[in-house]
Design a protein around this ligand. Structure first.
Ligand code: NDP
Ligand code: 8X3
Length: 250
């Protein structure tokens, strides 16, 4: 029987690339996001290209009720082997005393609360399969940088949650992996800079950043190891990035 992966935030970037990578490798896919039209596009694309079954669930991970209601729509026979907690965002890159407080709330509600709600809603499925939870942290969850404040805090929280999950879920033989990428060229910076394409493009200028596919392949590798092997924590950057702030630009 094919395995099933549940991916939050699969309408673009890393989540969408994960959907493609797992579909290519005969997984059935459950994809989520807020943009229903894009979810349907991804479903159609993957079902046409691969011999896979794609289920879409449209909800905002910030909304606890919506998360639990969406998961309750899954048939009782659903089996979930891998959960990729990927949905997330940065909003703004401003000093602590100037940043928009609503942006802070959205980041914490999405990157932290959303991940918590989704994980709890899916744990009954993951317990049954002794499955694998893969959380998207960030290099920003390992080192704080100037004007990164609450985005960094949200990813430090993801780091702590991954470590806690690994301890508390040990008795259930559930694998927990934290993937911490450096700069990846996706819609991330367009969202962070609120549609300002010049600022977003500048974030990836004069070096070769990671692609969403690079990260998806790494995630798939972690999910394909033998049952007794678990990658706990993996930081991945492009060649020209050494840490959260140091780049060797052209
Ligand atoms: P994208 O902006 O390309 O994708 C983000 C995805 O998250 C979209 O599918 C979006 O879907 C979904 N999403 C955002 N907010 C919500 C929400 N409230 N409810 C449901 N879904 C939501 O960015 P990336 O692919 O780059 O980011 C994916 C993850 O990787 C994030 O957690 C990010 O923090 C992390 N990351 C990214 C890095 C980078 O440099 N790009 C580096 C390190 C980590 P929709 O809009 O349809 O809801
Ligand atoms: C995204 C990477 O460096 O913009 O998590 O914070 S960074």
């Amino acid at each position: 029987m094919n395995k099933t992966v549940f991916i939050t935030g699969a309408t673009s970037g890393i989540g969408k690339s994960c959907a493609e990578k797992f579909a290519e490798n005969n997984y059935n896919i459950i994809i989520t996001g807020r943009r229903v039209g894009l979810l349907e596009e991804v479903k159609k694309e993957l079902e046409n290209k691969y011999n896979t079954e794609v289920t879409t669930l449209c909800f905002d991970v910030q909304n606890k009720e919506a998360v639990f209601n969406a998961v309750a729509l899954l048939p009782a026979t659903t089996v979930i082997d891998v959960l990729i907690n990927n949905a997330g965002l940065a909003l703004g890159r401003d000093a602590f005393d100037e940043a928009d407080i609503t942006d802070w709330e959205t980041m914490m509600n999405t990157n932290v609360n959303g991940l918590l709600y989704t994980s709890r809603a899916l744990l009954p499925f993951i317990k049954k399969t002794k499955g694998h939870i893969i959380n998207l942290g960030s290099i920003a969850g390992k080192e704080v940088y100037e004007n990164g404040n609450v985005y960094c805090a949200s990813k430090f929280a993801v780091d702590a949650i991954s470590k806690s999950m690994r301890i508390d879920l040990l008795k259930h033989n559930i694998k927990v992996t934290s993937i911490n990428p450096g700069a990846v060229e996706t819609e991330f910076s367009i969202v962070r800079f609120k549609g300002d394409e010049t600022k977003a493009e500048a974030a990836y200028k004069n070096y070769i950043p990671l692609t969403a596919k690079d990260v998806a392949e790494t995630i798939f590798y972690c999910a394909s190891l033998p049952d007794h092997v678990c990658i706990n924590d993996l930081t991945i950057t492009c060649l020209q990035q050494a840490n959260a702030t140091l780049f060797n630009k052209n």
